[in-house]
Ligand binder design. Sequence first.
Ligand code: CP
Length: 307
Amino acid sequence: RPDLLDMEGLSADEIRALLDTAQKLKEMTGGCRNKISLLTGKTCANLFFENSTRTRNSFSLAARRMGADTVEFSSSGSSVTKGETFVDTAKTIEAMGVDWVVTRHAVPGTPHLLSRELACSVINAGDGPHDHPTQGLLDMLTILQHRGSIEGLTVALVGDIAHSRTARANIWGLSKLGAHVIVCGPPTLVSPRWSELGFEVAHSLDEILPRCDVLNLLRIQFERQSARPFPSVHEYAALYAMNRARMKRAKDNILIMAPGPINRGVEITPEVADGPHSVILEQVTNGIAVRMAALWLTAGAKSNLTT
Ligand code: CP
């Protein structure tokens, strides 16, 4: 059974198939709102060991929009609090008769571990700072809907690259589809190693801003930083927050994206988050579309949606 474990392991053709399928499913469901019955009789289990609003709810809705049942598991309130291990928990849920385990965990590689331990399909809904493939896909789908193509676009990922699974999913996915990717942020949050891997590294948003087609503004992940963060939130906002003044120096048709949750006033100001260039809520809707595609294609379906 196929899994969806990370963006780094997908080929360009596999990414295109996921994006094409997501777009078709979005249209078939009237913008992700109506039910279809492609997955009737199947069951999707959400195993979340970290908090989530967007990913968890959109996986649930994606499964239910396609006719599948869902099992909702949260580590708090479960028998994990009595000492049950992650793998035993996942095997227990699988034994209830599920076709997918969608997992989010703070430890990188946990979906890969489950892939070896379980017989059902495993989908990574975020493993620590490592990867978040459906987030990368929904970001790319949103860009495609606005620009028609990703090839040749200049896309900057701005902020806490060091701790961001969204950054990694976008870096691998966008570069495979031919975008020029810039990783931009303070030196404490952007490793110089990215330039060794062929990506542009920038520390000044103001310098790169005029040539960017898309900005994806990442949250500082305080929960993954043990020491007091540097720069401070105040310093970070002064140097990297997308605000009204910076919008004046951006391209007229720039797309402003954020994976969410957003911290208003830190990486983005309210007038930009809610302004005409922002596609943040379109990203949320597209999350249902790409998660329907992920479920469909890992169920072993053909990407052309013939059954
Ligand atoms: N972007 C994202 O993963 O959001 P949630 O943490 O709310 O799922």
